[in-house]
Design a protein around this ligand. Sequence first.
Ligand SMILES: [Zn+2]
Length: 523
Amino acid sequence: MTARSSLRSLTLPAALACAAIAAAGAGCSSASWPWWKSPTTAGPGAAPPAAGAAPPVAAAEAAPANIEGVEAVAAAALASLPVRKWRLANGLQVITAPDASARSVSYVTTYRVGSRDEDAAAGQTGLAHFCEHLMFAEAHGTRGPGRFDRQLEALGGSGNATTAYDYTSYTDDAPPSALEAIVRLEAERMAKVQLTPDEIEREREIVIEERLQSAEDDIDGQLDELVYGQAFRNHPYRWPIVGRMADIRAATPDAVSAFFARHYGPERAIVVVAGRFDEGSLLRAIAAAYGSLPARTGDGPGPAVAPERAPEREVRASITRAVPADRFMVGSPAPGLGDPDRAAYDVLDQLLTGGPSARLPRALMVERELASSIDADVAATRDSGLWTIVVQMRRGTRAESGDEIIRRELARLIETAPPLAEMEAARNRLETDLWTELGSSHARAEVLGAYDATTGDFRTLVELSAAYARVSAADVSRVARTWLGSGARSVVVAHPHPATAKAGGNDPAAAERSAGGTGGGGE
Ligand SMILES: [Zn+2]
């Protein structure tokens, strides 16, 4: 029902993945990517496949030429698989990643619109996600509500959708024989989806339920929302992708329709097709189905956004929840996906949190036995985002002592370049996880679309492997100093209710006073 990655032991709402079968009512969950990072808390048995795992190899076909209405933009290779980018006159971009060894095809439509395009000052958070749900609505009378899913299922396919800070995407997985029908269905959905008041009210209830499940009833959803909310002062990453509850309840049909009309046009979309298909036939079908759609000439992207390296200083909050022992999240400034520092930062994250023998799990879980789990995520954002670490402390231990070890390990990394063997292990692990994840057409299509929408060029993904290989120990220390050296961080601690905290010695109130703290509540 959800797009949650099985690779992650714990997921954070860096993106919300919604099952296509929205009518089921609870088909959405939070997800996080890059998905290829293995869970820190996994035992040795859950290690990634043997090193050197590579994506399937297929003979690269020659690029089709002279297709009317389709202009070639860029070409590259993902390992041995060709990846090409094309453009239609109305601005629609198409990325093709054919793989003759695949048995199915994945068709992903990624729109360059996300929660960053919302106007929070006008009380309009959550509109990008709301529109994502409505894309499954009736399209100009040719399909009844939900019929998009039913038609896809009738073709032997299945679908899901995701809203993120910087983009929204729709994925269809289907047998190759269904591809031309999917092209027509998706073009119709882009052109003709109808946002009726009835449809909006129906989806509003589903979205409210989703917010309750992913943000309000979920401890990590709460921590994430508070950590981001107090870290950013102005940037749209400060409000949750799913939106504030008051805004979801108050969203008017006019506001939803205006947001949709402004953003959902061919000039904001990237169609990514990966798997088994004939490239020339596909491009001709796309040109025929989408070529006549006019580029929207409205206001363009949402309010201008200035990137913000957040937080500026240390900000802290604490809450009381039904947790067995202290659970806390630390958010530190992190480079965006296209930032030149990003590869070294990913290696830094691996060194500290990537697997049971990484520095933080070793120090917190093995040597001191202070924590029972730890997980981390570097946000896959266009602008600077956050590197978040979530730690579950053991009963009778305090968040403060766990956080002290995180600070100590960061200081050590800033002062001393990591040994070569440790660097090698971290780089290999990143590389292995990357290729393992990109082994399916489904993931290749989604990740290519997400990288292109987020960084402006899918080749950022193509070059990632080489970028990891170039990261030196000195780079890791420099990046640690640059991004983490100031000690600015956003910390939120969830303490157990006093009745839950059976172990003695906890004094949450005393533990969490700090200068400059903002107190709980966030946005
Ligand atoms: Zn949803």
